[in-house]
Design a protein around this ligand. Structure first.
Ligand code: SAM
Ligand code: F3S
Length: 437
């Protein structure tokens, strides 16, 4: 039996798909690259913007034809597309099962029931290779109320995974060869607030206190896993990032100097209408504190342009803030009204052309800034964790999350930390020469 797994969207979806693939492997399935060769098709979906949802609809339509010819093929749809399942069943009757975001046990259960006791081909347990760098969900859902955001509506309120469960998963991944984990959540900074209090060490002191764990505690615990080289975490929320977290990230050697902290807008009125719970001044101060603790930190942010009512002046305030703060990476998106969100009721009054102009202006600015920041890496030696091969070169990332390529030689660098001297630096990637030890 073969399965075809299609994934779009955020790193959470990528991590969920890895776990779905592992479960299907365990049931004796094999992965195939073409839906027409599959006995089971899983679509892991995203609806954060209209463009993502359109891709999902395109997939569903093309699979309707396939299901007509081969009704015995199982078709499961999981991810943020899934809500109001009775209505989805009416609209897409050729889909066999709709599963809410990240509910992987429900996928497994459905498949088990479907195959029953059937013996699958090649039943010998196949152990999938674990990527060198792998995402691990630490919480699901989000308690913020950003007015443009459909994700919180689809994923529900925030639920943290218990620390013991996360630690067991990371340990198992490391045992199978993972070197880097990225702890994932819509808002990782509020991790643990919903977990029962336990005895935890008071930092810098031998004593313990009883309280709910937070992300700093989790980082400490993951840090002690032998064989793990690096830890990242994303996404942070500016209103929830504590000084204790910043201090912990700066202090723990395995935790990379890399913070993803969406600003969304550089104007207080727009931020308020977005429901973001911080001001530009507070955000600026947060960046100052992060940089004070980690002068070489790699900072990434997200921006939405063309939010309802965003004036030219308000857009320019965002542009100037990005010029001032000089991020390493800016993910910029044109505002897209999403069903059921509070912002959907506001007039979408910035034209598509104007949104695109604003988006392009920020992209151009960021290309210049990133090229300038990366030029500072020239002639420097950086630590690169090698994650794979690309066009005859080794490919990996610095602690600050810069993409680096270097020439292949005799040595197998896969999964190893290489010291690489940077000889060329562009806005999106760098080339280097490995310094053999
Ligand atoms: N939790 C994170 C945060 O604090 O922003 C990110 C979650 S959100 C699902 C990922 C990114 O998608 C956001 O940072 C935002 O820039 C973008 N996004 C979300 N809704 C959007 C919309 N309606 N239109 C355009 N971009 C959107
Ligand atoms: Fe969405 Fe805002 Fe949460 S962007 S996922 S409601 S932090």
């Amino acid at each position: 039996m073969r399965y075809y797994l299609w994934t779009i969207g955020c790193q959470m979806n990528v991590a969920d798909s890895r776990r779905i693939a592992e479960e299907l492997d365990r049931l004796g399935f094999r992965e195939t690259a073409r839906p027409q060769d599959a006995d089971l098709i899983v679509l892991n979906t995203c609806v954060v913007r209209r463009s993502a949802e359109d891709k999902v609809l395109g997939r569903l339509t093309s699979l309707q034809g396939l299901k007509r010819h081969k009704p015995e093929v199982g078709l499961i749809v999981i991810g943020c597309f899934v809500h109001d399942i009775p209505s989805l069943r009416r609209r897409y009757p050729w889909v066999d099962a709709f599963v809410e975001p990240s509910n992987i046990p429900a996928v497994v259960e459905w498949v088990r029931q479907r195959i029953g006791d059937k013996k699958l081909e090649g039943d010998s347990l196949f152990v999938r290779q674990v990527p060198v760098s792998v995402g691990v969900p630490i919480s699901y859902g989000c308690d913020h109320r950003c007015t443009y955001c459909i994700v919180r509506l689809r994923r529900g309120t925030e639920i943290s995974r218990p620390m013991t469960e996360i630690l067991a998963e990371v340990q198992a991944l490391v045992n199978r060869g993972a070197k880097e984990v990225t702890l994932l959540g819509q808002n990782v900074d509020s991790y643990g607030h919903d977990l029962p209090p336990v005895a935890l060490p008071i930092h810098g002191d031998g004593a313990t206190e009883v309280r709910s764990p937070d992300l700093a505690d989790l980082l400490e615990a993951v840090h002690s896993i032998q064989g793990l080289e690096r830890i990242r975490f994303l996404t942070s929320h500016p209103a929830d990032m504590s000084d204790r977290l910043i201090e912990t990230v700066a202090r723990l050697p395995k935790v990379c100097e890399h913070v993803e902290i969406p600003v969304q807008s550089g104007d207080d009125t727009v931020l308020r209408r977005m429901g973001r719970n911080y001001t530009v001044a507070q955000y600026r101060d947060l960046v100052r504190r992060i940089r004070q603790a980690m002068p070489r930190v790699g900072l990434a942010t997200d921006v939405i342009v063309g939010f309802p009512g965003e004036t030219e002046d308000q857009f320019e305030a965002t542009y100037r803030l990005l010029e001032e703060l000089r991020f390493d990476v800016v993910h910029v998106a044109a505002y897209s009204p999403r069903p059921g969100t509070p912002a959907e009721r506001l007039p979408d009054d910035v034209s598509p052309e104007e949104k695109e102009r604003r988006r392009q202006a920020i992209d151009d600015l960021q290309e210049r800034i990133a090229a300038e920041i990366n030029a500072r890496y020239l002639d420097q030696t950086v630590e690169v964790l090698v994650e794979g091969r690309h066009k005859g070169k080794w490919q990996g990332r610095t602690r600050t999350n810069k993409l680096v390529f270097f020439e292949m030689g005799e040595k197998d660098w896969m999964g190893k930390l290489a010291r690489v001297r940077i000889v060329r630096a562009g806005a999106w990637s760098m080339q280097g020469i490995v310094e053999e030890e």
